[in-house]
Design a binder for this molecule. Structure first.
Ligand code: G
Ligand code: G
Ligand code: MN
Length: 283
């Protein structure tokens, strides 16, 4: 009896202190995030996107990284939600777009092909009333061609997309910017938005790709996603391809582009440049 009581009490104390620690970490993250751009603590990694069949590199996805002296490496899954709640994501997102486009132009000046880069967008960013006009003037200022930019949105952003948001995205697409849906299949069952929102591609969430060659249910889900994409003339990217079995399977289903550790992890800019140099012209 005595033991049970103390035990329970200790669990409560433990629980409270864990909550306390999580809150403290969150507050710490927010405080350090405020200074992160000024202190030059962000950098970008780039993960190659690979054409199915030819295995040629056809583009890349930009992934934000943060190293803080006190906190160490903080993964995006931890700091992006804090950045969204505090709206710091607006400045951070601008930094990512600026940096990614500048880097891509710098590679081009060094003689590499200007491949499309895909940038992840938070709902908070996309729902700013002037998001699109500011992006358009940013591209104009940098001399960055729209056809070499892709925005990865989540289902939530697109589903809630009110008419003005859709019109804005139509303007972007007229400049050649591509729009894709990230983590497709994990969000909503209401698919009406797919035909209403201007879109180019679906990225099949990696949870469906993992072990797909051994997983009947995932095979059926991915086949259904592929049919849906075909009927709406959307192209398909399979995320999280980690081995040759998964690769062979998604290729046999007709996915056009693959991405994942099997070909490459997200790489720092110098390694991406080497990868791009060596992948050029691979048949
Ligand atoms: O490499 P990975 O751990 O980077 O990314 C984890 C999550 O963080 C993914 O869902 C990815 O979309 C998101 N993410 C990575 N970089 C960015 C970014 O620049 N902006 C936003 N909004 N999300 C990002
Ligand atoms: O949500 P989004 O699709 O943007 O997330 C991209 C995330 O997926 C990043 O964290 C990236 O590092 C991670 N990633 C990329 N390729 C693979 C892979 O083959 N396996 C796993 N487990 N994660 C991957
Ligand atoms: Mn993504």
């Amino acid at each position: 009896m005595y033991y049970a009581k103390t035990h329970g009490k200790n669990r409560l104390v433990e629980f409270n202190s864990r909550m306390g620690q999580e809150n403290l970490r969150r507050i710490g993250i927010e405080q350090h995030l405020k200074e992160a751009i000024r202190r030059d603590e962000f950098y970008l990694h780039y993960q190659p996107k690979i054409q199915a069949g030819s295995h040629e590199m056809v583009g890349m996805e930009v992934l934000l990284r943060w190293h803080n002296a006190e906190l160490g490496m903080v993964p995006p899954d931890q700091f992006i939600p804090v950045a969204e709640q505090s709206r710091l994501i607006l400045d951070i997102g601008d930094w990512v777009l600026e940096e990614a486009m500048k880097q891509n132009l710098a590679w081009q000046r060094q003689g590499l092909p200007l491949l499309p880069i895909a940038v992840n967008m938070s709902a908070v960013q996309v729902h700013q009333h002037d998001f699109v006009p500011r992006l358009i003037s940013r591209m104009a200022r940098l001399g960055y061609p729209g056809s070499r930019l892709e925005l990865e949105l989540t289902e939530g952003v697109v589903m809630e997309g009110a008419t003005p948001v859709r019109r804005y995205f139509e303007q972007l697409r007229q400049l050649g910017v591509k729009i894709s849906i990230d983590d497709f299949g994990t969000g909503y069952s209401n698919l009406g938005y797919l035909s209403r929102f201007p879109l180019d591609a679906l990225k099949i969430d990696r949870s469906f790709v993992t072990n797909i060659h051994q997983h009947q249910d995932n095979q059926q889900i991915v086949k259904a996603i592929i049919q849906l994409a075909r009927s709406l003339s959307l192209s398909l990217v399979a995320e999280g391809v980690e081995n040759s079995e998964e690769l062979a399977f998604v290729e046999s289903l007709g996915v056009e582009v693959v991405q994942g550790y099997h070909f490459s992890r997200p790489l720092p800019s110098d390694e991406l440049m080497q990868f791009l140099g060596s992948a050029r012209g691979v048949a």
